[in-house]
Ligand binder design. Structure first.
Ligand code: NI
Length: 135
C-alpha cells in the first residue's frame, strides 16, 4: 500500500522581489508591491507530503514526529521571522518568490527523506500557492 502522508507548518517572513540589474521602475512594473524597497511580510502556510509504502510492522509511511521535527529544524528555524533576502543564504542571489521558496524547502528536506517521494505545497497568501515535487 502506497499512501501520501502530510504535515502542515507555518512561518512568517519578509522579502522583496527585485532584480539588481533592473531599474526601480522595471522592478515595480514586474513585481508590483512585492518590490517595495523597504520589504514586507507574508504568513506562509506549508504542507509537506511524503509518499511511500506503509511499513507492515508499524503501520506508518513515516513517523510524523520525525517529519514534524525535521520541518521545525530545516524550515521553521531557517525561515521564521527572517528577512529572506538578507538573512537566508539561499536567497543571496535568488529572488524569494513563492516558487523559489518552495524549491529551497524541497532541497533542504529531500536529503533526509531519500526513500520517499516528496511534495511541497506553499501558500504565500490564502489564495496564492505553489506545489513542487522535484520534477
Ligand atoms: Ni511579497
Amino acid at each position: 500500500m502506497r499512501l501520501k502522508v502530510s504535515r502542515k507548518a507555518h512561518f512568517n517572513a519578509g522579502h522583496r522581489l527585485y532584480r539588481k540589474d533592473w531599474s526601480d521602475e522595471k522592478n515595480r512594473e514586474v513585481f508590483g508591491k512585492c518590490s517595495n524597497p523597504n520589504y514586507h511580510g507574508h504568513n506562509y502556510d506549508l504542507t509537506v507530503s511524503v509518499i511511500g509504502e506503509v511499513d507492515p510492522e508499524t503501520g506508518f509511511v513515516i513517523d510524523l514526529k520525525i517529519l514534524k521535527d525535521l520541518i521545525v529544524r530545516e524550515v521553521e528555524e531557517h525561515f521564521d521571522h527572517k528577512n529572506l533576502n538578507i538573512e537566508v543564504p539561499e536567497f543571496k542571489s535568488l529572488n524569494p518568490t513563492v516558487e523559489n521558496i518552495a524549491v529551497v524547502i524541497y532541497n533542504r528536506l529531500k536529503p533526509f527523506l531519500e526513500q520517499y517521494e516528496l511534495e511541497i505545497k506553499l501558500y504565500e497568501t490564502p489564495r496564492n500557492f505553489v506545489t513542487y515535487n522535484g520534477a
